[in-house]
Design a protein around this ligand. Structure first.
Ligand code: WTA
Length: 707
């Protein structure tokens, strides 16, 4: 058995419900009571009794089976809960995960013929869910909303699928989608899947340059967007951004024939939208004319479903490729168990479909389960910090899944009025307690480690000490949850993602790649494959192997640090590579650096992450200017603007630190370790600087720290 299994076996012997913490009923504003520090937070007996996985024993039984017989475990689920036009071949899974033994290859259910859109819609409708609400859409402006039942959703999807076919989109063609959180976004994803086209959704906060880069990389047949979106009081003209991106990509030899544009009436009228005749097509002029039924394109389980670009340690974003069958089985199963899904649930995930969370847990995972999903267009604190709870009450949301950064920002709101944390926390409480939230039963967290005080505030204040929190650790690459509580089974520890999902074998290794056991901390890797794993980086299998499978041969390397405590609980400690996590958004330091150095007055830049109270990490940039250029406030602003224009507003540096020189080794490598210490002002922990080519630069940097 694996190390993990031994831990779980010891956990399973815990008496369930032991040591229940009654004082949690007191509102403790996110602060731990002294005695609670090392205590478990137990699900209530009522919750556990009704849960799909009601105890550690049950988890253990299933987990054991999933590890000892992965093929049997996953094929059992795949054949009983999904529709396959044709069953897969003899092998459920065929894989090589060891670079020393040849090319990395992962295949699940190869030869199986299916369609994920069919499984999301047609199959659920046949099972009696035709009139169940599939999507509730809430506009940025309170009072404006819409909804679609499963059968209405199918009609919309088919109309778009037929239109896409009519303009020549075929199986395997790429489609770039640059849409905000309108119902048209999941509709578009499902329509692509229905005809076997490969969608690549680009988060609508990316700049035109980033969008162009993705268009050039995947060469789509069509780009789908809308004219504008409102986020809070601001109107963002998305179509203008697309126009600029299309000019840019044409310069790089990729011209797009069709730009399908949805009129988002609440944000901008048709008449005010810039238009290029011949290329631009209004969605409402064409799509509704097509039939509401559309034959499914049956695809192989290993045919590509989507590409999603994500940040890595070099400047060029990586096109993470997911295929159909394994991803389908994995997202549906993780959704079901990690949120203890019931047919009566109303589910709301605040993530945008532009990120993996929106792919797996706004669209596919919930829809495969026939769930009712809330999609919210706007900003979580608009018109005020009570908006989320207003939406929860309005739709009677039972499962609420969000990011720690949102929890921390809501926890803090009301701050301006007071210098005292306690008073400001009390003020912020009103935004929550004004609403009932009594429909809530499960909470979820994703994107970055959730600090214990935010965890407690989420648990006690938002969830009324009643709702377990599924702190789901996973990545764009993993497709679905990897380490996550199962809400009815596990006593929780605030801030720990607890234990692996079925079929997942996390291992912690030291620098040499040796697996370490017991209470330990090190690099988080995964042994073996799971159905939802990504299969390659689009057009660059070499980079796939180098980044993920070469650092610790025999394992998939996650890029995260992790420790395991005496009870076997996992605590994610953040990225150990050159990726930072800002408000749950993944950003490569190299991407920000290359944006900065594109500024004509910037000679060199080095970017590190620093702790940030709300965002988790902030972006801290050391900038060396071209010889003779003086520091100025204006230049600082123009550097930040350059990053906004090249990547997007979410990647704008929080701090520019003027650097006459950067600390480098004699071989010219930037010593980021030292920069991180300077950025976080841990000046007495700089360590040995004598190996630097010019040790004097450190003093210069410190002298300029607050200028
Ligand atoms: C981080 C988002 C701690 C982690 C789904 C990972 C987390 C990166 C958690 C992936 C969590 C995500 N606890 N850290 N619950 N969830 N992360 O690809 O560093 O956007 O490697 O996928 O986010 O970010 P990505």
């Amino acid at each position: 058995t694996t190390n993990h299994l031994r831990h779980v076996e010891s956990m399973a012997s815990l008496p369930s419900g032991a040591g229940k913490i009654s004082h949690l009923n007191a509102v403790i504003l996110g602060e731990a009571l002294a005695s609670e520090e090392n205590d478990f937070v137990f699900p209530s007996d009522d919750f556990s009794r009704q849960a799909l996985i009601p105890s550690p024993h049950k988890y253990l039984e299933m987990y054991k089976r999933s590890i000892e017989d992965p093929a049997g475990f996953w094929s059992g689920i795949a054949s009983s809960e999904f529709y396959w036009k044709q069953k897969w071949g003899d092998q459920v899974c065929s894989e090589n995960l060891d670079v020393r033994k040849g090319d990395i290859k992962i295949e699940w259910f190869k030869g199986g013929i299916t369609n994920i859109c069919y499984n999301c819609l047609d199959r659920n409708i046949d099972a009696g869910l035709a009139d169940k609400i599939a999507l509730y859409w809430e506009s940025n402006e309170p009072g404006f909303d819409a909804h679609l039942t499963y059968s209405q959703l199918l009609h919309r999807v088919c109309q778009l699928a037929n239109y896409l076919k009519s303009i020549g989109v075929r199986k395997g063609d790429a489609v770039i989608v640059y849409l905000p959180m309108l119902m048209e976004l999941p509709i578009t994803m499902l329509a692509c899947a229905r005809i076997g086209a490969v969608h690549s959704v680009v988060f609508a906060g990316f700049s035109s340059e980033s969008l162009a880069q993705r268009i050039v990389d995947c060469k789509p047949k069509v780009v789908i967007t809308c004219n504008a979106v409102k986020r809070g009081p601001k109107t963002i003209h998305l179509k203008d951004i697309v126009d600029a991106a299309l000019v840019e990509s044409a310069k790089n030899g990729i011209s797009i024939d069709v730009c399908l544009t949805y009129e988002n009436q609440s944000a901008l009228k048709k008449e005010s939208t810039k238009w290029q005749e011949g290329r631009d097509v209004w969605w409402e002029d064409v799509v509704p004319k097509y039939p509401t039924t559309c034959d499914v394109e049956w695809v192989d389980a290993e045919d590509p479903l989507f590409l999603l670009y994500t940040s890595g340690s070099t400047g060029k974003p990586k096109g993470v490729l997911h295929t159909t069958g394994g991803y389908m089985v994995y997202t549906a199963t993780t959704f079901k168990y990690a949120f203890d899904y019931k047919e009566s649930d109303v589910y709301w995930c605040t993530a945008d479909c532009g990120w993996i969370t929106g792919h797996s847990y706004v669209t596919y995972g919930p829809m495969l389960n026939g769930a009712t999903v809330v999609v919210y267009e706007g900003a979580p604190n608009y018109p005020d910090s009570g908006r989320c709870w207003d939406i929860v009450d309005k739709y009677k949301v039972t499962i609420f899944y969000t990011a720690p950064t949102l929890v921390r920002s809501l926890m803090r709101d009301g701050d301006e009025a007071s210098y005292f944390v306690l008073i400001s926390r009390l003020l912020s409480l009103q935004y929550v307690t004004r609403y009932s939230r009594k429909s809530l039963r499960v909470l979820g967290s994703v994107g970055e480690p959730i600090n214990p005080s935010a965890w407690r505030w989420f648990f006690n204040v938002v969830g009324g000490s009643r709702c377990p929190i599924s702190d789901t650790w996973w990545q764009t690459e993993t497709g679905g949850f990897m380490i996550t509580p199962l809400p009815g089974a596990w006593p929780q520890k605030p801030g720990s993602a607890t234990f692996p999902f079925f079929g997942v074998q996390p291992v912690i290794v030291d620098e040499k790649g040796t697996e370490i056991d017991g209470e330990c901390s090190g690099y988080l890797c995964v042994k073996g494959s799971w159905p939802g794993a990504f299969r390659t980086l689009y057009g660059d299998h070499e980079r796939y192997e180098t980044t993920y499978f070469r650092p610790f041969p025999g394992y998939y390397f996650t890029g995260d640090g992790c420790s395991r405590d005496k009870d076997g609980y996992h605590w994610l400690t953040g990225r150990v590579d050159d990726v930072i996590n800002v408000s749950g958004h993944r950003i490569g330091t190299a991407e920000v650096e290359s944006a900065l150095v594109s500024h004509p007055q910037c000679a060199e830049a080095a970017v590190v992450g620093v702790e940030h109270e709300v965002k988790g990490q902030g972006i801290y940039a050391f900038v060396t200017l071209v010889e003779g250029v003086p520091y100025s406030e204006e230049l600082r602003k123009s550097l930040i603007l350059t990053v906004r224009n090249q990547i997007g507003a979410f990647a704008a540096p929080d701090k520019i630190h003027w650097a006459p020189g950067l600390p480098k080794t004699r071989s010219g490598k930037i010593m980021r370790r030292i920069l991180r210490k300077i950025a976080s002002r841990q000046l007495d922990e700089l360590g040995d600087v004598s190996t630097l080519a010019e040790p004097g630069v450190v003093d210069q940097l410190i002298a300029l720290a607050d200028s």
